[in-house]
Design a protein around this ligand. Structure first.
Ligand code: NAD
Length: 329
C-alpha cells in the first residue's frame, strides 16, 4: 500500500523508516505542504499522511479522493484542520494519534515558563557577548505562585503535575473536571475567575468553535497585571493582535507561544533570509518578555517514535478492516 507523507521533515523520515511496522507499506515523503496545488502529488496513493499545517479543507479532500486516496492518517493529535463533514461525504476515513507523549508538550510549556521567568534568552545572548551584568534579569520564585491550567486532558494534567512539584497552587478550567487534578489539590473555576487569580496561565484545550479566541482583549483585561501567558495548544485560541496592546501597557508581563494563529505559512521552514511579512508576529518578536518557538513542543525522540508507531499501526489496522483512532465529525 502506497502512503504519501506531506510536510515531511528529515526527522519524520527517520522515525517512520526506523519503525518495524513500516514493513509492507510503501512510504513516500514529500516536503511540500498539502494544498489544492500539491494534492495531485498524492494521485495513486491510497493513504495520505498529513501534519497540522496541511490543508485538509473540502476542495483539497475532493482532489485527494479523486486521485484514489481512501485514508487520511494524521500524524498529530489535533484534527481541527480537517473538514470532517467533507471527508465523510467523500468516503475518506480519518485517523489520528490521540496521545503520543503528553510529557513532551507539558515539559515544553514549563521550559517556556522557566526561560521567560529567569530571562534565559537574554542571559544566553549577554554572556556570549561578554556582558555579565545581571541588570533586568530578576525573576520570581515559582514556589507558592498560582497557575491556571485551561484544559485538563492529558497534556494539561501532565503540566499540572509538574507545576504541583514546584509548589504552585493549581486552578483549572475545563467543562469536564478531571479527578486527577482534584487529587493534586486543583480548584476548578470558571475562566474569568481563573484569569483573575492566576499569575501564570497555560492553554491546553483543543481548538474548537467554543475555544477560538478564548483569549482576547476582554479576557486579557481580566488578568492580574504582569501575568504570564503560555500557549502550546493552538494559535487561534488567542486573538493574537490583542496581545500586542496587553504587552505594551504591561497588563501581560510574559508571553510564551509555541503556536501562532498564522503559523501555517511560516513554521517548520528556514525563512531567515527572507523579510518577515507578518507584521503581528514581527511586532511580537520585538518584546523582550516574549518567546516564540515554532510549534516544537511535540519534538522529542519519544514523541516522534510514538507518533510513527501509532500512525503505522493505524494504517495497517484500517487496511485490515479493523480501524482504530478514527476521527468522526
Ligand atoms: P485531551 O483531549 O486529552 O484534553 C483536552 C481537554 O480540553 C479535555 O479535558 C477537554 O474537556 C478540554 N476542553 C474542551 N473544550 C474546552 C473548553 N472550551 N475550555 C477548556 N477546556 C476544554 O487533549 P491533549 O492531548 O491534552 O491535547 C490538548 C491540545 O494540545 C490538542 O488539542 C492540541 O491542539 C494541542 N497540542 C499541541 C502540541 C504542540 O506541539 N504544541 C502537540 C500536541 C497537542
Amino acid at each position: 500500500m502506497r502512503v504519501l507523507f506531506f510536510s515531511s521533515q528529515t526527522y519524520d523520515q527517520d522515525s517512520f523508516s526506523n519503525t518495524p511496522a513500516s514493513h509492507g507499506l510503501e512510504l513516500h515523503f514529500q516536503a511540500a505542504r498539502l494544498s489544492e496545488g500539491t494534492a495531485p502529488l498524492a494521485s495513486g496513493h491510497e493513504v495520505v499522511c498529513a501534519f497540522i499545517n496541511d490543508d485538509l479543507s473540502a476542495p483539497v479532500l475532493k482532489r485527494l479522493a479523486a486521485g484514489g486516496t481512501r485514508l487520511i492518517a494524521l500524524r498529530s493529535a489535533g484534527y481541527n484542520h480537517v473538514d470532517l463533514t467533507a471527508a465523510k461525504q467523500l468516503g475518506l476515513a480519518v485517523v489520528r494519534v490521540p496521545a503520543y507523549s503528553p510529557h513532551a508538550v507539558a515539559e515544553h510549556a514549563v521550559a517556556l515558563i522557566l526561560a521567560l521567568n529567569r530571562r534565559l534568552h537574554r542571559a544566553y545572548n549577554r554572556t556570549r557577548e561578554g556582558n555579565f551584568s545581571l541588570h533586568g534579569l530578576t525573576g520570581f520564585d515559582l514556589h507558592g505562585k498560582t497557575v491556571g491550567v485551561v484544559g485538563t486532558g492529558q497534556i494539561g494534567t501532565a503540566f499540572a503535575r509538574i507545576m504541583a512539584g514546584f509548589g504552585c497552587q493549581l486552578l483549572a478550567y475545563d467543562p469536564h473536571p478531571n479527578p486527577e487534578l482534584l487529587a493534586l489539590g486543583a480548584r476548578y473555576l470558571e475562566l474569568p475567575a481563573l484569569l483573575r487569580q492566576a499569575q501564570i496561565i497555560s492553554l491546553h484545550c483543543p481548538l474548537t468553535e467554543q475555544t477560538r479566541h478564548l483569549i482576547n482583549s476582554q479576557s486579557l483585561a481580566q488578568l492580574q497585571p504582569g501575568a504570564m501567558l503560555i500557549n502550546t495548544g493552538r494559535g487561534a485560541l488567542i486573538d493574537t493582535p490583542a496581545l500586542i496592546e496587553a504587552l505594551k501597557d504591561g497588563q501581560l508581563g510574559y508571553l510564551g507561544l509555541d503556536v501562532y494563529e498564522e503559523e501555517a505559512q511560516l513554521f517548520f521552514e528556514d525563512r531567515s533570509d527572507l523579510p518577515l511579512q507578518d507584521d503581528v508576529l514581527a511586532r511580537l518578536l520585538t518584546f523582550p518578555n516574549v518567546i516564540v518557538t515554532a510549534h516544537q513542543a511535540f519534538l522529542t525522540h519519544e514523541a516522534l517514535a510514538a507518533i510513527a508507531a501509532t500512525t503505522l499501526d493505524n494504517i495497517t489496522r484500517w487496511a485490515a478492516g479493523n480501524p482504530q483512532n478514527l476521527v468522526e465529525g
